[in-house]
Structure formats: C-alpha cells, structure tokens
Design a protein around this ligand. Structure first.
Ligand code: CA
Ligand code: CA
Length: 582
C-alpha cells in the first residue's frame, strides 16, 4: 500500500513537533512571555533576549504558521546591558494553543489565547490563603494532594511579659484562633495581616459583581457569602482576638520565640505568645476593622453582629492610638527588657503618620464623620509611595476616592493618585520588558514582585477613574511580567506556567513530601541583596532570582505579596471585556 501524502505530511509535522519540544527548553528561556497566555482582544508581546530584527512566527501545535511579524529592537537595553527585541502579535486574535518560533533560536513555551485566560490563576491566588489557614485541618476535598492536619490551635496563647498589664498579667492564657500564617513561617503578625486583609477587601469592594461569582472550593463555598469574604473573615476573626478588650490596644503579633525548622504545621508545637501592643498594629487594625464594618454590613443576616463588632473594635483601637501615638515595636529593645527573647519577624515601623491617615480615611468613609477627614488632611504630605506593610497611606486614599459625593478635598486626593499613576506609567513601553515594573532598578528590593502587583492595583484604580485604556494595558503588562515576561524567565506564581517557581521558602511546601509546591503562591522575586546568603545567578536587578527554598530574600511567599497579585489577576479578569472596547 502506498502511503497517503496527507498522512505523510501529518507524520512529518508530528516528528518536527516532537523534535521542537526537545529543543524548546533552551530556546524558550530566550523568549520571555506570559506563560499562561493572552486574551484575544488584548495586547500580546514576547520579549526576545537578543538583538534580533528578523521575522517571528506564531505557530499551532502542528507547526502551522498562523501569523508572521518582525522583531523590533527595544529602545533601552535591559539592566544587564543586553539588547532585547519585542515580538508583538496583538493583531492575532484567534483562540487556540500556540508557540512563537524564531529562526536560529527556536520555540517559546506553549501558551493559550482565549477569553478568561487568567481565571484559574486568579482563583488560585486567593485560594492560596486557604492553604495558609491556621487552626484548621485542610481536607482533601478542598486541598487535594496538599491536604494536611490542622496546625496551631492557638487556644492557649500566653501573654508575653512585654504585653502584660494588671488585667492580663504575664502568662495569662488567651484564645487567639484562626488567621493566616504570614509567609513561609507560622507566625501571625497584625501589621502584615492588616495590609493583606485590606487588599482583599478592596478587591471585593471594587469588583463585587465579579467576586460574587468566584467559587474557591473552600469549606464555606456553599454558604450565602462570596468566598473571598469567607476567606477574609477567617483572618478578620483572628485579628479581633488580638485586641486587648481592657483598653483597645492591639498586640503586635502572635508568635513563637523563634522560627520553626522546615516542618509541617502540626509538628510545630512550641509555645506561642502575644507581644507588646504598638501604634502601627493598633492603627492598622482600626483601618481594617472600619473597612470590614462597611463591607460586611450588607451581610448582616449571614453574619449577625459582625459588622457592628468590627466598628466598635475599630473605634476602641483608634482611641487607644490617639492616646499612644508613638509606641514603636522595637524588638531588640524589647528583648533587652523582657524574656523570653523573641526573634521572629519584627515588622518594626517608626513612622505612623501614614497609618493614622489610613485609619482615619477608613473611619471617614464608613461613618461619614468630618473629624476623621480633618485628621486625614492635617496629616497629609505630598509624598506618594506604593502600599507596603510600613507605608499604608495609599490604602486610605483608595477608599477615599471611592466615596461619594466626591468634592474637594477628595478631588484633590484623586488628582494626586492619578498623577502618581501617570508618572508611573510614563514611558513604560520604553524599557526592556516594556512594563511599568522595571522602569527603575529601585523596583527590585525584597519582595519586588509585590511592587509589580501593587503598581497593578494603582493602574487599575487609574483606569477606573479615567477609562484610559493605557492604564489597563499597563496593568495587564505587569501581570504578564509576573507570569514570565521578565528578567529571569520564571513565572513567579506556583503551579502556573511552563517554568514556574518550584521551591518557594514555605514550610508546608518544603516539608509535605509532595514535589509540586502549594499552588497560587507568589515568590518574592528578584532582589540582588542576597540577605539570605544564597547566591543568585546574576546581580542585574531584574535577573537576581534563584528558585531555591533556602533563598528567603527572593523565594519566600507572603500574604502581603499574594493579596495584591490576587487583586491584580482578579481585576484583570473582571475587566477583560474592556480590552476589546475602542
Ligand atoms: Ca461562600
Ligand atoms: Ca508607617
């Protein structure tokens, strides 16, 4: 029998495909793109790590070319000095699975073009918080192969000497259950919980319609509340236990004396303490509980009394902070005065003007009382910084610019936020990866990926205020950055992308004996500081990353980093239809 020509061609295409797969790994390293994929109607770019100006091809899995374009050199070289080129295939809009092919270089990783392309990763970045839950066994039904025993009941937590008073002397036992583990460790810190919880609440407040549809397969998925709020409430109820009911002050953290070894949560059974109250923790708590009171109020049937309890707690905390405006959490000083010594994360902050503005902003938006707005205005300064655990002013501004009616001075604050977004996005397409992230080498500090995500939130805010698509495109480009269009070529979100972080500094992911890390976690990202002593392969700021579980300065995970990427990925999904609008 003579072979059929069509069959022969198909067989040859399949052979070529298999050979190309074998070649993909080395070539794919050189073609940096969002490894998850693209929306049909949105911008689509890959960055090639060579000064190539030849043709590139978009090919199907059978090697058929469906789009041809020409590489264009970037305006600026990368931080490493390397000249890069961009493959822009925005004009190709047909859904499917594709790879980029560049002659003499090879193939990119495969990716998809389709609607809702980030739905799965967006869900996973919130589900990651479920995996961080303390005081709860993670059932296989919800956690899949990462199911585990409960850790840290936290029903017998000791008042540390630094936190003692007449009503709660040293050694008093309190219950402080629930909450999320902060990061790669098992402690719970109010300052960092504050910004994380607030960012997820902001996501809900900005996109309630979309977030009402997001089902996360968590134990509360069948109740009458949106799952993101169920997840937030797991931490919020813990936060409420961190307030001393006798005076309204809030303990800085709930912690072991020192970090655990890389063991599972149920094996980590050392005594836990709540330590010294502080102004930062108390104001952050006041801000989050005021915000939660406002958002949870409409769910009073499902959550009887919770919104009222939150507002009451907020007012008590705020009042404590006004009486104690400058109580610094200085761990070294504390250890000189009190035993046992505490050596876990300090989250020490010395400047509380931003925390005061944040708390007053949330209380103003929730209660409408002018006294809070006066405090915001009185404490304001023109300096704008992206949100971080120690710089929270912008979180307050985000809430203020949603408040109606929108008159002076809120208009002025809105203009300030917009100017900040405009400055940030100016010339973003002129750097090597054509993203807002990476315009400056200063972006690459500890937790740099959270800068990319927090820039994304600001850009989304600017888009919502102006409907200027440039901001939306820049926000999407930062998500592209986090999923592979970047200096290291990694997708930094576990479980998503062909080459994603596999070895995060995260105790359960290291100790559970399962190869794949818990999904939906974002690594801290490039940081040339090497504070952990683990060598990174390059000290070019955007390349200074290593996927090593000892490298906590680049590869730890943290709730305050996952929350902004959860905001960014979900906001982009919620707004995806806008990419097609002219
Ligand atoms: Ca639910
Ligand atoms: Ca501060």
């Amino acid at each position: 029998m003579r072979p059929n020509k069509q069959l022969l061609l198909t067989l040859m295409a399949c052979c070529n495909y298999l050979i190309s797969i074998a070649q993909t790994n080395s070539s794919a390293q050189k073609i940096r793109l969002n490894q998850v994929g693209f929306y049909p109607d949105a911008e689509k770019k890959a960055i090639v790590t060579s000064a190539d100006t030849g043709k590139f091809y978009l090919q199907t899995s059978l090697g058929q070319s469906v789009f041809t374009g020409r590489l264009v050199l970037d305006t600026q070289p990368a931080f490493s000095g390397k000249q890069m080129a961009v493959a822009n295939f925005t004009k190709f809009v047909t859904p499917g699975t594709y790879r980029i092919f560049i002659p003499l270089m090879g193939y990119s990783y495969p990716f998809n073009i389709k609607p809702s392309i980030h739905k799965s990763v967006a869900d996973a970045t919130i589900k990651a918080f479920y995996y961080q839950r303390a005081s709860l066994p993670l059932a296989e039904k919800y956690a899949g192969k990462w199911h585990r025993a409960a850790g840290h009941p936290d029903n017998k937590v000791l008042i540390h000497a630094s936190a003692a008073n007449n009503k709660r002397p040293e050694g008093t036992i309190i219950s402080s259950r629930r909450g999320w583990y902060d990061a790669g460790d098992y402690n719970k810190y109010i300052v960092n919980s504050g910004i994380s919880t607030a960012t997820l609440l902001l996501l809900y407040e900005d996109f309630p319609g979309y977030m009402n549809t997001v089902k996360l397969n968590i134990p509360e998925s069948n109740n009458q509340l949106p799952d993101i709020l169920d997840e937030v409430i797991w931490n919020l109820r813990w936060m409420l236990t961190m307030q001393d009911p006798n005076d309204g002050g809030v303990y800085h953290k709930l912690t072991n004396t020192k970090f655990d070894a890389m063991i599972m949560p149920d094996k980590a059974v050392k005594p836990r303490y709540v330590v010294q109250k502080g102004t930062a923790a108390t104001l952050d708590f006041a801000a989050v509980t005021a915000q939660a009171a406002r958002i949870l109020k409409k769910f009073h049937h499902q959550l009887p009394g919770l919104a009222d309890s939150c507002l009451k707690a907020s007012l008590q905390a705020y009042s404590w902070a006004l009486k104690n405006p400058n109580v610094i959490y200085d761990q070294d000083l504390m250890n000189k005065k009190f035993k046992p010594e505490i050596t876990t994360g300090a989250y020490g902050d010395k400047y509380f003007a931003d925390e005061l503005i944040w708390a007053a902003s949330e209380l103003y938006v929730t209660t409408g009382k002018e006294e809070y707005l006066k405090t915001v205005i009185a404490g304001d300064d023109p300096k704008m910084l992206l949100p971080a655990w120690g710089n929270v002013k912008l979180l307050g501004y985000y809430s203020l610019i949603k408040k109606q009616p929108h008159t002076h001075p809120l208009l002025e604050i809105e203009a300030r936020v917009l100017n900040f977004a405009r400055d940030l996005s100016f010339n973003a397409d002129k750097n090597a990866y054509q993203t807002v992230m990476g315009k400056s080498a200063n972006n690459f500090n500890w937790g740099s990926n959270s800068n990319a995500a927090n820039q994304g939130i600001l850009l989304i805010k600017a888009y919502q205020l102006t409907h200027d698509k440039r901001y939306l495109n820049c926000a999407l480009a930062n998500l592209d950055y986090l999923l592979g269009r970047n200096g290291s070529g990694y997708s930094y979100i576990t479980g998503y992308g062909s080459k994603s972080t596999m070895n995060p500094h995260h105790r359960p992911s290291t100790a559970d004996g399962i190869v794949e890390p818990i999904p939906g976690l974002m690594a801290g990202g490039p940081n040339p500081g090497m504070q952990d002593g683990v060598k990174v392969p390059s000290i070019a700021p955007d390349e200074a990353y290593v996927d090593d579980d000892r490298a906590y300065a680049v590869n730890e995970v943290a709730i305050n980093w996952n929350a902004p990427v959860a905001y960014l990925a979900n906001a982009i999904e919620a707004l995806q239809k806008d990419f097609g609008r002219r």
